[in-house]
Design a protein around this ligand. Structure first.
Ligand code: FE2
Length: 295
């Protein structure tokens, strides 16, 4: 087995120079003018051919290693939430210590990105819990600081344990996933049953699922859907995996779709004034969360 095939933390290469490369690729695939769902079919482009080699390699690793067993192992490893105890703002500052190849002069920090997202939601007059969700939605990326490889933290998520939708980007890389040779995992519903509900479905492991478990006791259901499924592009943008959803999922995905433009299109080069915004957000955080959460 070559080093690049080894799904352990230390051996995993980090093809992306920064996590935002994945998000830039999402913006390329889902440009803003089509956010309302008016994407004309004739404008189809081959995004895979346009992707940077680093992005391509990132998806190759993600699709190769996100198996059903891998997801179970990561849930066992992380969902006891026994690594740290910290408040939300502290977690934001912790995430901010994530250093990649970004340029500090032009690139915004993780904390600044979170504030940009929240501020746009606030400007649009959405409820307080929605603003708070924008603020915290990417805090699960601290998994990187626990030594997890990029392909197990970010990337479009998809169900494991059933067939891969052919709408998933770089679908061809699933050929190297051992699950693709397990017949029980390769039917339309796989190990699940029709309409079983997403709470019974295991998605590929990453920052969405991890953060959901950290905050699940403190936020309204719609907020929890936004957090848990914001990277589930095959479902919320491409309409796939309806067969696994129940009525509540379908209803709540309206919120996931409402959140998506803020996730994708609020990043600008305009730096938010962290110190000025801090009191508003610390008050908002304390309205919903205890002083310390388990991570
Ligand atoms: Fe995210």
């Amino acid at each position: 087995m070559a080093a690049s095939e080894t799904p352990s933390n230390s051996d995993a290469p980090a093809p992306l120079s920064k996590l935002e490369e994945w998000e830039d690729f999402l913006q390329l695939r889902y440009p803003e003018e089509t956010a309302a769902g008016a994407k004309p079919k004739e404008q189809f482009r081959n995004y895979e051919a346009d992707a940077r080699p680093s992005v391509r390699e990132f998806y190759r690793l993600n699709h190769r290693h996100q198996t059903y067993d891998f997801v179970q192992a990561k849930k066992k490893e992380f969902l006891s939430l026994s690594r740290r105890r910290m408040g939300i703002w502290e977690a934001m500052e912790f995430l901010n210590t994530l250093v990649d190849d970004s340029d500090p002069d032009t690139d915004l920090s993780q904390l600044e990105h979170l504030l940009q997202t929240a501020e746009q939601i606030r400007r649009d007059g959405h409820p307080r819990w929605f603003i708070l969700t924008g603020l915290i939605h990417d805090l699960g990326k601290i998994l990187c600081l626990f030594g997890e490889p990029q392909w197990a933290v970010v990337g479009d998520t998809f169900p494991v344990g059933c067939a891969y939708s052919d709408k998933i980007v770089f679908h061809q890389f699933f050929a190297d996933n051992p699950d693709s040779r397990e017949l029980k995992y390769q039917t339309r519903t796989g190990i699940y049953s029709k309409g079983c509900g997403l709470e019974n479905v295991h998605l590929s492991w990453g920052h969405d699922e991890y953060l959901y478990h950290v905050v699940k006791d403190y936020l309204p259901t719609a907020a929890l859907y936004m957090i848990r499924y914001h990277s589930f592009y095959p479902a919320h943008r491409d309409g796939e995996y309806q067969q696994l959803m129940n009525g509540r999922d379908k209803e709540m995905f309206e919120w996931v779709r409402a959140f998506n433009p803020y996730d994708l299109y609020t990043k600008s080069h305009k730096r938010p004034n962290v110190e000025q915004l801090r009191p508003f957000y610390q008050e908002l955080i304390s309205a919903y969360f205890p002083t310390e959460l388990r991570w």
